[in-house]
Design a protein around this ligand. Structure first.
Ligand code: GDP
Length: 491
């Protein structure tokens, strides 16, 4: 099909070079076998070690998943109120928190933690997310059945201050070195790992030893925290073996874990084929405005253009008034043979129609330099976030994937929606800086050092075994994020 390319040998197959397991039913999850046709880059292959680890994980998941005797046993243990030693199956349960991008990032982080600790990763998917992702592990389920029999009532917390979160249980001497041994280890513990990071001690090896005794961990997070797992000495060697390139962690794990369901995949591929496939190159532009960094649309648009000029992203236009008689049209006739060989498609993702309309007018009223033909598209403008609505989330996911099929990405700072698109794409995006204090930032944007998402709340200043987390060791693989001074990312 026109516009579908593959660029690297290890990605040129429908199981992404051994990243994905065989055995998924083709009809029930089309994206599983088709996504490789749409991605433009395959910058990292899954190491043989990662492949073995994933296959072993999938086998363990099948043994321990809901519906198995071992799961029934673990559920019984949960009901008893205490954790038991030597349980074959232990769990990390992912709980929904914030929008889709945040959720995808915390899922990747939680799954990585499950891989490192040999736990089973289960997702408590709410109805608004029921039909977004295919089951990622063939022959089993990752859904936690939360029916009236489930022993924990009100499973999803109301806020980040959680009674049964690790640090609070530690302070209350319910867990940890000072806990009363005869009372036993509780059956479950919450990990309050959202942007307020109430449980930063999670990133200490000595606390991981305590958590290892808890059969059920409930992860409440909206963060990408894989970087901080490197701070745990006990995990470091394994992480190095799994991901020889640190920049590949979220890229590989998100391509592994996320496969849009058929309804989402239909939205995505229909749009792609209709508007994007025939272009020679696609530029994804994702515009998100947070209330703390809001600026007038004129200023935002000016920021986009000045960033684009700085980083050479969007096609420049001929200075003059444009119009049908200007050179661009003649040049188009000679350079572009009508087969899209000199054409650019700009895909805009935003809650608002504003930036799309301005960009579309720009290329309508002015010819692009060099005879390039430029078309601008926006699949939806939802006006407001509606995370509790499945159809809204399906459109959001389709747009995340459409962005991820771009050759180049211009995304908004501090937006996990853009982070996920870039790491699925395997692209180091250009990041528009946030207008803190409502002041247009200067420079307008920065080119990202890596495709890894930023951890917006790293455990800064946390002490493990009485000492600060080894800063030098962290510094070797971490950078301050382009878009957030007190946040870190891999490079
Ligand atoms: P973040 O808040 O930018 O970090 O990203 P999230 O994905 O966590 O939350 C934002 C939510 O708002 C998304 O999940 C969507 O529901 C909605 N949203 C934001 N931007 C867009 C967009 O460009 N397109 C669509 N369809 N929805 C968006």
């Amino acid at each position: 099909t026109a516009g579908l390319t593959t660029n690297a040998p290890h990605g040129r197959d429908d199981l992404l070079g051994g990243l994905l397991p065989a055995g998924m039913d083709r009809r029930s999850c089309r994206s599983w076998y088709e996504s490789w046709r749409y991605y433009k880059y395959f910058p990292y292959a899954a190491s043989p070690y990662l492949q073995r680890k994933l296959r072993a994980y999938e086998a363990r998941h099948r043994r321990c998943a809901p519906g198995t005797p071992l799961y029934a046993k673990s559920l019984e243990q949960l009901r008893s109120g205490r954790s038991a030693d030597g349980m074959e199956c232990t769990y990390v349960v992912w709980l929904p928190f914030d929008g889709l991008g945040n959720r995808m990032l915390s899922m990747v982080s939680g799954f990585l933690y499950a891989l490192l600790t040999e736990r089973i990763f289960l997702a408590a998917l709410p109805p608004d997310s029921a039909d977004l992702f295919c089951e990622p592990f063939p022959g089993t389920t990752w859904r936690l059945p939360v029916d009236h029999d489930f022993p924990i009532k009100d499973l999803v917390p109301q806020g980040q201050h959680i009674d049964k979160s690790y640090t609070r249980l530690l302070d209350a001497k319910v867990v940890g070195p000072d806990a009363n041994a005869t009372a036993g280890v509780p059956a479950y513990v919450y990990l309050s790992m959202g942007w307020q990071l109430k449980d930063p001690l999670f990133f200490c090896g000595e606390h991981q030893l305590v958590l290892a005794k808890v059969n059920w961990l409930l992860l409440y997070s909206d963060l990408y925290f894989a970087q901080s797992l490197y701070a745990v000495a006990e995990f470091q060697d394994e992480l190095r073996r799994l991901f020889p390139a640190k920049e590949s962690v979220s890229h590989l794990l998100s391509r592994y874990l996320f496969h849009p369901t058929n309804p989402v995949w239909s939205l995505t591929t229909r749009y792609y084929r209709t508007y994007l496939a025939s272009a020679k190159r696609r530029i994804g532009v994702q515009i998100r405005m947070f209330s703390y960094g809001s600026i007038p649309a004129d200023d935002m648009y000016a920021q986009i253009l000045s960033c684009s000029r700085q980083e050479h992203i969007l096609p420049e236009t001929d200075g003059g008034g444009g119009g049908a008689s200007d050179n661009g049209v003649l040049a188009t006739r000679s350079d572009d043979n009508g087969d899209g060989s000199n054409s650019t498609a700009i895909l805009v993702a935003s809650l608002y129609a504003d930036y799309y309309e301005r960009l579309r007018s720009r290329y309508y009223e002015h010819a692009a330099k060099g005879g390039e033909t430029v078309a601008v598209f926006q699949p939806s403008h939802e006006e407001r976030q509606a995370t509790d609505n499945l159809a809204h989330n399906q459109r959001a996911l389709a747009e995340i994937y459409l962005l991820s099929f771009s050759e180049e990405l211009l995304i908004s700072g501090r937006s996990t929606f853009g982070y996920v698109s870039s790491n699925l794409a395997g692209v180091r995006p250009t990041i528009l800086l946030t207008a803190y204090g409502h002041k247009v930032p200067e420079p307008p944007c920065r080119r990202a050092v890596s495709m890894e998402p930023c951890n917006l709340t790293p455990p800064l200043g946390v002490e493990c075994r009485g000492k600060p987390v080894d800063k030098e060791d962290l510094a070797r693989h971490l950078r301050v994020c382009e878009d957030s001074n007190d946040s870190v990312k891999f490079f």
